[in-house]
Design a protein around this ligand. Sequence first.
Ligand SMILES: Cc1cc2nc3c(=O)[nH]c(=O)nc-3n(C[C@H](O)[C@H](O)[C@H](O)COP(=O)(O)O)c2cc1C
Length: 213
Amino acid sequence: MVVVASINGSPHKPSRTQHLLAELCAAMGESIALELRLIELSEVATDLFSAPQRCDISAKGESILRQAENAEILIVGTPVYRASYTGLLKQFFDLLDEDCMKGRIAVPVANGETPMHGLMLEHQMRPLFSSIGIVTTSTTLFATQHEISDEGALSRRLRDAAQMTALEAVQMYTMRSCMGLESFSPRSGARQDEGGRGVVSFTSKKPTSRVSP
Ligand SMILES: Cc1cc2nc3c(=O)[nH]c(=O)nc-3n(C[C@H](O)[C@H](O)[C@H](O)COP(=O)(O)O)c2cc1C
């Protein structure tokens, strides 16, 4: 069972980013058994950001950070805000223990009003991850907000793109020992989880079912 954290940096709910993340998680769940942790920063911001430094945040905030630190794959989504990722997402990553994150695999995901800001994934999100040793998939998933309906329906292009991105993440995970990433497995190094408070966890049924709560 692969532990996957899906992190949504949008401050809003409902969120188009959340629909993108759900599609990607479902696509991944079709080819590998997942234990999925959904971290919606809009829902847990008051727990996570109750203090500027990690040593002072609430016990619930600490527990949520550990859910991400103990995940093997991170699917990280954000709306584009001011040509970058959101401040919520930045603060979340500032709080993570960088020694826990080395060698993890991340899938960068974003949506925005204009396709001109799609390259934010390349010149801002990738460096955010690599600064703490997280390895990213070469494929990313970017949507304009017009490709996602208010009800959460995705365009055909997006569904196909989510499949390809999910496949690459799974392949990277299965090849992690060849890539020298296995020694960084969270099971061998990370802080202990303290349960799922503030986070929704569920598992997929490999190989056929889509992931659903
Ligand atoms: C404060 C703010 C700043 C934004 N800045 C940008 C931007 O610079 N570029 C862009 O393409 N979209 C921008 N947007 C549009 C959002 O990225 C877009 O509405 C997105 O679909 C919201 O995703 P969500 O539903 O997951 O929150 C901005 C929206 C807000 C509220």
